[in-house]
Structure formats: structure tokens, C-alpha cells
Design a protein around this ligand. Structure first.
Ligand code: SAH
Length: 216
């Protein structure tokens, strides 16, 4: 299915809604206005594609509300020259937003079905600068390291060491950290062997799960 005029109108409306939620970064709002979110959803949920809502996706997972995605992306302070690692591809919607704001995106997902569906969507939208892998995000992806930016798209009790190791010097990582239903959004900046941590505020994410999914 190709993006239609109604997708353009929907995505522009969605960008205005996200702006009302306090997101001011024009590059992020322009990316939301340009990406047809409907394409990332199964037929049953496409009618709600341009509402600022979480929706179910394949493999029992969830696509975040766009305002949450925008808040995460804003916390990353992305520059056009950055190489970024995203852990938790899900539908691939956020990946495409990131790809519009950075030079290169490597994205990891523990469900093969989600990796394959997302890769189809990247091809359909002709996104040139994303590499999607079926891989356990707890190991990061050393082959393409170091990364200027790393984003964990699910909660962790602590940030895995291999992932921190793959952060470039002066690089920045954003992750929801905590074990309960509410976590703290944490930003880590690397300074050589030192990692400086700042807490950005409370968030609610589902946890990342260690290991590849055995099925799906
Ligand atoms: N932002 C995404 C939604 C991500 S939901 C979107 O726009 O659709 C979080 C995703 O992280 C889920 O798809 C889940 O399967 C994946 N995930 C959980 N643990 C993981 C791990 N260890 N490695 C890679 N992906 C993981």
C-alpha cells in the first residue's frame, strides 16, 4: 500500500497534535508530518493511525504514542551526521523518524517477524539509511560500533555493559531505567572511560526482554 493524500493530511494533523503536547523541535515535527504512520499498522488499526495513541502491533508488541516517540527523540539531541543504534525496532515507525534526522540508523529487534515487516516498510518508503537486524539488543551490535547515539526503546533494570561499550566518546545514550511500571528516563554521556548520567523524568515503557524470541 502506497501513502495516499489522506496519509499526508493525517500525518500533518498528527504533527500539530504532538506540538500541542509541548514538542518544539521543528525537525522532529517535520519528520512526523512526513511519515505515513498507517503503513506501520495492521489493517484493523489503520483508522486510528493519526491519533496520538499507542496501538497493538504484531507479536503482541505496541507502537508508542507519537508524542512519546517525539519526546524520546528530542532527548537524543540528534545531529544530521550521527550514526545511531536503536534497540527495539517494533513497527519501524520510530526508526524512520530517526532515519530522517541522522546519517545512519542500525536497529535491532528480538522478533524476526517484526524485523522482516519493518524491513519491508523501509523498502516501500525507500528509506536508504537504515539497517535492520534480528538481534538481541542486550549485546548491542558491535559490527557497526561505535555509535554517536543509542536509544533503548524499552525499560531495563540497568544499561547492559556491551551497549555502553559501543557508545562513541562524547556519545549520548537514552534509556528508560527501572523495574516497575514507571521508570526514569536516563541520559548517559560518555567521556572516555567515564559515563555521566542525568535523570530526565518519569516514563512508562514495557521492559526489553533478554535473548531472541524463540517463536515468531
Ligand atoms: N518504537 C517502536 C515500538 C517499540 S516497542 C515503534 O515505533 O513501533 C519495543 C520493541 O522492543 C518491541 O518490538 C520488542 O519486541 C523489542 N525488544 C524487546 N526486547 C528486545 C531485545 N532484547 N532486543 C531487541 N529488541 C527488543
Amino acid at each position: 500500500m502506497k501513502p495516499a493524500d489522506s496519509d499526508r493530511a493525517g500525518a500533518e494533523k498528527l504533527a500539530r497534535r504532538v506540538a500541542e503536547q509541548g514538542v518544539t523541535d521543528e525537525r522532529i515535527l517535520a519528520a512526523i508530518a512526513a511519515v505515513p504512520r498507517r503503513i506501520f499498522l495492521a489493517a484493523a488499526y489503520q483508522a486510528s493511525a493519526y491519533a496520538d495513541r499507542a496501538l497493538p502491533i504484531e507479536c503482541g508488541q505496541t507502537i508508542s504514542p507519537p508524542s512519546t516517540t517525539a519526546m524520546l527523540v528530542a532527548a537524543l539531541d540528534l545531529k544530521p551526521e550521527h550514526k545511531l543504534l536503536e534497540i527495539g525496532t517494533g513497527s519501524g515507525y520510530q526508526t524512520v523518524l530517526l532515519a530522517r534526522l541522522a546519517a545512519a540508523v542500525v536497529t535491532l529487534e528480538r522478533f524476526r517477524t517484526l524485523t522482516d515487516l519493518a524491513a519491508d516498510r523501509f523498502a516501500l518508503l525507500k528509506v536508504p539509511n537504515v539497517q535492520a537486524f534480528h538481534a538481541d539488543g542486550f549485546d548491542g551490535y558491535p559490527r557497526h560500533a561505535p555509535y554517536d547515539r543509542i536509544l533503548l526503546d524499552g525499560a531495563v533494570s540497568r544499561i547492559p555493559h556491551p551497549v555502553l561499550d559501543q557508545l562513541a566518546d562524547r556519545g549520548l545514550l537514552v534509556a528508560p531505567v527501572g523495574t516497575g511500571p514507571e521508570q526514569t528516563l536516563v541520559r548517559v554521556v560518555r567521556d572516555g572511560r567515564l559515563f555521566h548520567r542525568t535523570e530526565l523524568g518519569p516514563v512508562r515503557f514495557t521492559p526489553l526482554v533478554e535473548g531472541l524470541a524463540a517463536r515468531l
